[in-house]
Design a binder for this molecule. Structure first.
Ligand SMILES: Cc1ncc(COP(=O)(O)O)c(C=O)c1O
Length: 384
């Protein structure tokens, strides 16, 4: 490997959310960013731009659309045109603005917990109803979509379906068949499909990411897709993401909702995104090999050393979803590990009631850090 993902970085004094929320003695393994350097091409592009020393209002780099179009074609075998692209500072921003553009307060958004917590916030911000239908958890811990429950859960005022694929926190990469069923469900119930695909580049062998929008013209006309280089290249602190909208009317409405609200593009964020998509692919390939090693190490460790805790191997993302419900501390494993192991995880309950008794562990860190976190957790459970 040309890249060395084993290097330990000191992020404590770098204004990092991940490293500053918990006390100094806690090892943070929560929020979804990585304890790795970004690709050298990104660092070079930013250094060059900062070196220029003038930071006035920015325009998008001339070839940015072309670079994104090429990335989408290479990665997901999907053709898009410049007029289908809308750049926004963040995926969560995009999801909230899509809800504001297309839903009025008495209408509903459907999504499938356990799920990334900001999905619940959209309704709380705007008065829109959250029509949730939990994913189905099979006896082996593998999650799938409960299509019967979706049919029962859809209401006359449900207007939008928020898909999370790959799914955070359960790590599923939905199959073509599942996505076809989701598309069919949305079309039959006239739901606008808003598809958060931010984790779509972190996919392990055996799975393929398929954008739901790529399944045919009809569903493409009813879908808003969101992607970003932020998870892929560890540039989440540089707000840049991409909305892909093929339907002209939806695009016009979305742009109207944005006008006067979204700022000019962040000049560093666009440089980072451009460099990442243009030159980051070899780095990403090495990252995926490293993350797969961490995923497999974690899975083997949990199976061998954590009796009473289980997980399935994530098909995508760098997040593991640990089922602790059989442990004596099963109601609140987050607090148990924080207090007794000094490991800061995500609390499963924040992902919806279906997450009670679970924690989410971010394994995008040097292997030695993962080993340290797991050793601390094992020690805390000694004798249980
Ligand atoms: C599913 C999902 N969507 C969106 C985001 C955040 O996106 P952004 O930082 O671009 O708002 C995350 C971050 O963890 C995520 O997991």
């Amino acid at each position: 490997m040309a890249e060395n993902f084993d290097v330990l970085l000191d992020r404590k004094r770098s204004d990092s959310i991940k490293w500053n929320v918990f006390p100094e003695d806690v090892l943070p393994m929560w929020v979804a960013d990585m304890d790795f350097l970004s690709p050298p091409a990104v660092i070079d592009a930013l250094t060059r731009r900062v070196g220029h020393g003038v930071f006035g209002y920015a325009a998008e780099p001339e070839d940015l659309q072309e670079v994104v179009i090429r990335w989408v074609a290479d990665q997901y075998k999907m053709q898009v045109e410049p007029q289908h692209l809308l750049f926004v500072p963040g995926v969560v921003t995009g999801l909230n603005l899509a809800s504001r553009a297309f839903l009025s307060p008495a209408e509903g958004l459907m999504f499938q917990p356990p799920i990334y917590p900001p999905f619940f916030e959209i309704g709380r911000h705007t008065g829109v109803e959250s029509h949730t239908v939990d994913l189905m958890r099979n006896s082996d811990g593998f999650y799938s979509i409960d299509f019967e429950a979706l049919e029962k859960g859809v209401r006359p005022n449900t207007r939008m379906f928020l898909l999370c694929n790959p799914h955070n926190p359960v790590g599923r990469v939905f199959t073509q068949k599942e996505l076809e069923q989701i598309a069919d469900f949305c079309l039959r119930h006239r739901l606008l499909l808003c598809s958060d695909e931010i984790h779509c580049d972190i996919i392990y062998p055996g799975s393929t990411h398929i954008p739901v929008m790529s399944l045919g013209n009809e569903i493409a006309q009813h879908t808003i897709m969101l992607i970003a280089p932020s998870k892929t290249f560890n540039i989440a602190g540089l707000g840049f993401s991409v909305m892909i909208i093929k339907n002209e009317e939806i695009m016009t409405r979305m742009k109207r909702t944005f006008s006067g609200i979204l700022p000019h593009p962040d000049l560093l964020a666009v440089q980072a995104a451009r460099a990442a998509y243009l030159e980051g692919k070899p780095w990403l390939q090495e990252l995926l090999t490293y993350l797969k090693g961490n995923r497999d190490y974690l899975y083997d460790f949990v199976n061998a050393e954590f009796s009473g805790i289980s997980m399935t191997k994530p098909e995508g993302t760098f997040l593991a979803w640990l089922d602790c419900r059989r442990m004596p501390f099963g109601k609140d494993p987050f607090t148990f590990f924080l207090k007794n192991a000094k490991v800061g995880l995500n609390n499963g309950i924040d992902f919806g009631l279906a997450g009670e008794g679970f924690v989410r562990l971010n394994y995008a860190c040097p292997r030695s850090v993962l080993e340290e976190g797991l050793a601390r957790m094992k020690q805390a459970m000694k004798g249980m």
